[in-house]
Design a protein around this ligand. Structure first.
Ligand SMILES: Cc1cc2nc3c(=O)[nH]c(=O)nc-3n(C[C@H](O)[C@H](O)[C@H](O)COP(=O)(O)O)c2cc1C
Length: 397
């Protein structure tokens, strides 16, 4: 429906807020502690600017690229998120939208749809794993993803189990049964459109995590059961990272790198790619914006592995800024979740179209005919913008 189209990601967020029950909206908003990192992820993009030309602009702009062996129609990918109860089609709707727009997708271990169904909708899917349980269990889940045809693995290790948000954490039930439905009835009944989407399926939102089992169709743990197991598991060593990379044997990304020294260790562990990321401001609060850490990391390891970026992307010009600072591509989190909440698959396509048009517009203004020609010199960078974490040189430049 034309009336469902939105013109910016901010508008998609407004609609998501209106449409979703408060607990679901707040689960997507996420963030940790005081929200310093969450805010800086977006604020830092405002410290980067452009110096547009007025004539001699390129007629056509090249945007296609490749990450972990996957061709992309633009330097944007879907970051893995535990989508859960946003929309009944969940990650399958996201995968269809990504496929329709020529974009690869990361599928979370904590996703609500089985990896087999998601890969059917988009073969350009990377399976995301946390370090949960023992090696044997992880091996089985990776084996399942491989059999399903996953194009690569993303290992996410930046998690310090922070909890407590100054604005309050949502009350998420362990499972949706009659008791919890009644408990949540008051806030859900205020969001009839969201309820209607689920009513059409005849099922309440499924809060289990089907990709945490060794085989498709096995009884899956709930989100909180899986989270509990994660809390009991020690965090991985660099040998563990190397082990998982070898176990997988194909394209492999380590997500959540913020320091140059860690990026160098990731190179030593043999990864294909890293994502410079602070988990969208959901991990250790006080970590600087990921975009501030990108230039030093790209400079240090960009010629040895693929450097991807995520955190705070809300518009096409943000994508261009990240690429100019050394990212091969970016991944988006909340932006597509807002789109999914606002209008299902079409909403995610809408978000990807907004980003594409924004990349094109920024390239045009800058007089650049290809994303591959972008350099930091294309940007106006405020003094003190960078954070060179994990280096001997000054932290701020
Ligand atoms: C609600 C939510 C759930 C997330 N779940 C996961 C996850 O399961 N695995 C993961 O690697 N990252 C997860 N992330 C982090 C995203 O992949 C990504 O790093 C982050 O959202 C990027 O920041 P942005 O939201 O500003 O684009 C999650 C983020 C959000 C907002």
């Amino acid at each position: 429906m034309a009336g469902d189209w939105f013109e910016t990601v901010t508008e998609a967020q407004r609609r998501a807020k209106k449409r979703l029950p408060k607990s679901v909206y707040m689960a997507l908003f996420a963030g940790s502690e005081k929200g310093v990192t969450l805010e800086d992820n977006m604020a830092a993009f405002s410290e980067l600017g452009f110096a547009p030309h007025v004539a001699g602009l390129p007629k056509e702009r090249e945007m296609a690229t490749e990450v972990m062996g996957q061709p992309l129609s633009m330097p944007v990918m879907i970051s893995p998120t535990g989508v859960q109860a946003v929309h009944p089609d969940g990650e399958v709707a996201v995968a269809r939208a990504a496929a329709a727009r020529g974009v690869a997708m990361g599928l979370s271990s904590f996703a609500s749809k089985p990896v087999e169904e998601v890969i059917q909708a988009n073969p350009q899917t990377f399976f995301q794993s946390y370090w949960i349980g023992d090696r044997a269990g992880m091996e089985k889940r990776l084996e399942r993803a491989k059999e399903a045809g996953a194009a690569g693995v993303i290992l996410t290790t930046d998690w310090s189990f922070a909890y407590g948000r100054d604005w309050g954490s949502p009350d998420i039930p362990d499972q949706m049964n009659l008791k919890t439905m009644l408990k949540f009835a008051p806030e859900v009944l205020r969001r009839p459109k969201w309820l209607l989407e689920f009513a059409k399926t005849g099922q309440p939102p499924d809060l289990s995590v089907p990709n945490m089992t060794a085989h498709a169709g096995e009884p899956a743990p709930t989100f909180f059961q899986a989270y509990g197991e994660w809390m009991q598991t020690g965090s991985p060593s660099w040998d563990d990272v190397r082990w998982m990379r070898e176990q997988w044997g194909g394209p492999f990304m380590l997500k959540g790198v913020m320091r140059v020294d860690d990026a160098e260790r990731a190179v030593d562990a043999g990864v294909t790619a890293i994502s410079v990321s602070n988990h969208g401001g959901n991990n250790l609060d006080g970590t600087p914006a990921a975009i501030r850490a990108l230039p030093a990391i790209a400079e240090a390891v960009g010629d040895q592995i693929e450097v991807v970026f995520d955190g705070g992307i809300r518009r096409g010009s943000d994508v261009v800024k990240a690429v100019a600072l050394g990212a091969r591509a970016v991944m988006i989190g909340r932006a597509y979740l807002w789109g999914l909440a606002a209008n299902g698959q079409a909403g995610v396509e809408n978000v990807l179209d907004i980003l594409r048009a924004g990349v094109d517009s920024a390239l045009l203004g800058m007089g650049r005919s290809s994303i591959h020609d972008l350099t930091p010199n294309d940007l106006v960078i405020q003094p003190g913008f960078e954070r060179r974490l994990g280096t001997d040189s000054a932290t701020i430049r």
